[in-house]
Ligand binder design. Structure first.
Ligand code: NAP
Ligand code: SF4
Length: 667
């Protein structure tokens, strides 16, 4: 059998999960959207059909105070339960099992009704919470129990009680946020009464045969967080109170350690769950940066957990489990942990989707159906836009010819995958290569598409991408001046002192490329980001050290905007912090004067400086490469322009893949 540990059923006594794969909870924004229950039903049913052992929904509040945002999803009434039935029926019809996550946001709520153990504002919400009274605490516990009962009535197989990530329950447990002097505060025993009472009341409400997962914060990553002994103590109490499974929570949302972004090594936090293995008699789930079956299998085989949770990988590929089980691992569309179309969307109050799978959360509207009018289509350019368009067209039964002037597929992805911490992009290229084989795309590498070829095709799609913008000042053609392609792709030698012109996504990537140390293992990552794997004190934080860098780097921009302003909401802070820890000098309001043998001459806020560098790397944005399109206009009846060739200004892979897919559906 492929991945024998992963596909071993898990017997919970009253029910059996068909494998060890949990689709972890993730808020997608479908919860609050129009016809949200129909959309969620289609979204979850597709994942159930893909073979997952157990699904957990996005967080649902047990009462209004627990809402994430005003009028966010909540379950406390019979009529709300009836709506949820659409989800549970759809999942059960596919042979799946589903739990509903109960999430009370506490002081992380984005509304003025927020409550918390103490009236302390969090650094990530503008609202100061109301301190719960003793009666308020007891009502909240009752609301959790009522919510669990309603979930049972709605047909769920269980609930997950969200006790981690710095939400309400976690706020009670940790002294940093619980300053109470009554029976719910003070000693650790008092502070954990809240979660214990919640689990006990929920179990009492629904009886024995209902899954209760408790998501326990095993590594707070905040000052004065729980100690390891406290974590173990709580886990034992939660088991006694009636939980069926314990899931792992890593890091509060306000923690300043990356926990799921792409630079976190794969499976990088399973060591935390492993510490608890053997101490309880109920199964443990581990999580974070598990995105391929071999990673999951190894975690289980090494005894780090009984089950693995993956959330974003199910946006990227709903069929992940079936593909793995059937030995089709090379067909998995891998989550590259970029957060660009999932978490960044949610934080922007937009519905989540997935950069590599635009169909995610659009199951009712984006459908790739067989064509009734087979055409011969030329796609020119094999970057993200061209690849997604070619594969979609071929999936639909068109005859597709993909032309690429370079010797390899991938366009800008070939640059991205060279950036330390972005190696996952090579999985996307592997996925597309395999899809090309399966759907018989005719790939013509090292081939320029000539205008004269166009007559051989019914339609021509131009996806010729971008060129790096060149800059024009005295000495800009000096041998010390390099383009980012020279550096990242062609690996031209770069000296010890470097100035980077342009601090957009590519500028930050190049800075990472030039300052990265070779060591990429889990221990090194934890040390660099100040995580104490020995857990010497509560929260498991170390004093943060400077990260070592092989080079001295200046990262420059002309505007006075915040550096890296255009980077992702959930990842920009990580890039900025990493640069600071590596002592990269990030300088705004720079005017470039000239380059000569002395270095780069600039004005900074009007004052002249010479940056004595060995090299200057140009990362000044992109311009469209659309000459072919211009040449073909008027000569080809069905001509299309997509990706960076269409719009270079705010180009990113998300836009390119989505546009390519949608055109592939439209032709
Ligand atoms: P970008 O984000 O547009 O940044 C271009 C940078 O060059 C800016 O800092 C700009 O700042 C500077 N610049 C523009 N014109 C210039 C000129 N004539 N001379 C000197 N400097 C100039 O472009 P990019 O970095 O190439 O990124 C392209 C796209 O890929 C973006 O959509 C980006 O979001 C995406 N991307 C994202 C990531 C990520 O999120 N990690 C990584 C890579 C790429 P000033 O005008 O202030 O000087
Ligand atoms: Fe993963 Fe990026 Fe897709 Fe989010 S957008 S699911 S992080 S690949």
């Amino acid at each position: 059998m492929n991945y024998p540990h992963l596909f071993q059923p898990l017997d919970l006594g009253f029910t059996t999960l068909k494998n060890r794969i949990l689709m972890g909870s993730m808020h997608t924004g479908l919860e609050e959207s129009k016809n949200g229950f129909e959309k969620q039903a289609a979204y979850f049913a597709e994942r159930a059909r893909g073979g997952v052992g157990l699904i957990v929904t996005g967080g649902v509040a047990p009462n209004r105070a627990g809402w994430t945002i005003p009028f966010g999803s909540k379950l406390s009434t019979k009529s709300e339960a009836r709506q949820h039935k659409k989800i549970t029926d759809a999942v059960h019809a596919e042979g799946g099992k589903i739990c509903m996550q109960i999430l009370h946001t506490g002081r992380y709520a984005y509304h003025p009704m927020a409550v918390a153990p103490s009236g302390l504002k969090s650094p990530i919400s503008p609202f100061k919470p109301w301190e719960l009274s003793d009666g308020g605490i007891r009502e909240t516990i009752t609301d959790f129990a009522n919510c669990t009962l309603k979930a049972q009535e709605a047909g769920y197989d269980g609930v997950e009680i969200m006790g981690s990530e710095g939400y309400l329950i976690n706020q009670f447990i940790v002294s940093k946020t619980n300053k109470r002097t009554d029976e719910w505060g003070g000693s650790y025993e008092n502070r954990i009464k809240f979660p214990i009472e919640i689990v006990r009341s929920c179990r009492e409400a629904v009886g024995k045969n209902f899954i209760i997962i408790y998501r326990l914060s095993m590594l707070d990553l905040v000052e004065d967080g729980s100690t390891w002994d406290e974590v173990v103590h709580l886990a034992k109490e939660i088991e006694k109170a009636g939980a069926t499974i314990i899931n792992t929570g890593i890091g509060w949302h306000e923690a300043r350690v990356p926990t799921i972004a792409t630079m976190v090594p794969r499976g990088g936090f399973s060591w935390v769950t492993q510490r608890l293995m053997g101490k309880l008699s109920i199964p443990l789930i581990t999580t974070n940066r598990i995105n391929m079956p071999d990673v999951a299998e190894k975690i289980l085989a090494d005894g780090h957990a009984d089950m693995v949770s993956m959330a974003r990988p199910f946006l990227a590929d709903p069929e992940f489990p079936n593909k793995a089980m059937q030995g089709r691992t090379d067909e998995i569309n891998t989550c590259i942990a970029c957060n660009q179309a999932c978490l960044d969307h949610v934080f922007d109050r937009k519905t989540a989707s997935c950069i590599v799978n635009p169909r995610a959360c659009n199951e009712l509207t984006i459908n790739i159906l067989p064509t009734k009018n087979k055409k011969k289509v030329a796609v020119v350019g094999a970057g993200p836009a061209g690849l997604s368009c070619a594969v979609t067209l071929a999936q639909r039964g068109h005859e597709v010819h993909l032309f690429e002037a370079q010797s390899m597929l991938g366009g800008q992805f070939n640059i991205a995958k060279e950036i330390p911490g972005k190696e996952e992009f090579s999985e996307t290229l592997r996925y597309y290569r395999r899809q090309m084989e399966i759907h018989q795309v005719n790939v013509h590498l090292n081939t320029r598409f000539e205008e004269s070829n166009a007559a051989n095709f019914d339609e021509v799609v131009v996806a010729t991408g971008v060129n790096g913008r060149t800059v024009d000042f005295e000495g800009s053609n000096h041998p010390m001046v390099l383009s980012y392609t020279d550096v990242v792709l062609h690996k031209k030698p770069v000296g010890k002192k470097v100035a980077i012109i342009g601090a957009g996504g590519v500028g930050f990537d190049v800075a990472e490329f030039l300052t990265h140390s070779e060591n990429t293992d889990i221990k090194h990552f934890m040390k660099e980001w100040g995580v104490d794997m020995e857990y010497k004190k509560g929260g498991a934080l170390l004093e943060s050290e400077e990260m070592s860098s092989p080079r001295e780097v200046y990262l420059l921009q002309r505007s006075s905007n915040k550096m890296g302003e255009g980077l992702g909401k959930t990842t920009g802070w990580i890039h900025r912090t990493a640069m600071r820890l590596k002592d990269v000098k990030m300088i705004k309001e720079v005017s470039y004067q000239k380059v000569d043998n002395d270095g780069l001459h600039v004005l900074i806020k009007g004052q002249p400086h010479v940056l004595e560098v060995d090299n200057v790397v140009i990362c000044a944005g992109q311009v469209s490469n659309n000459q072919l399109y211009t040449n073909l206009q008027g000569k080809v009846k069905h001509l299309h322009l997509i990706g960076g060739a269409f719009e270079a200004g705010d180009l990113d892979a998300k836009f390119a893949i989505e546009q390519g897919t949608k055109l592939g559906i439209a032709i």
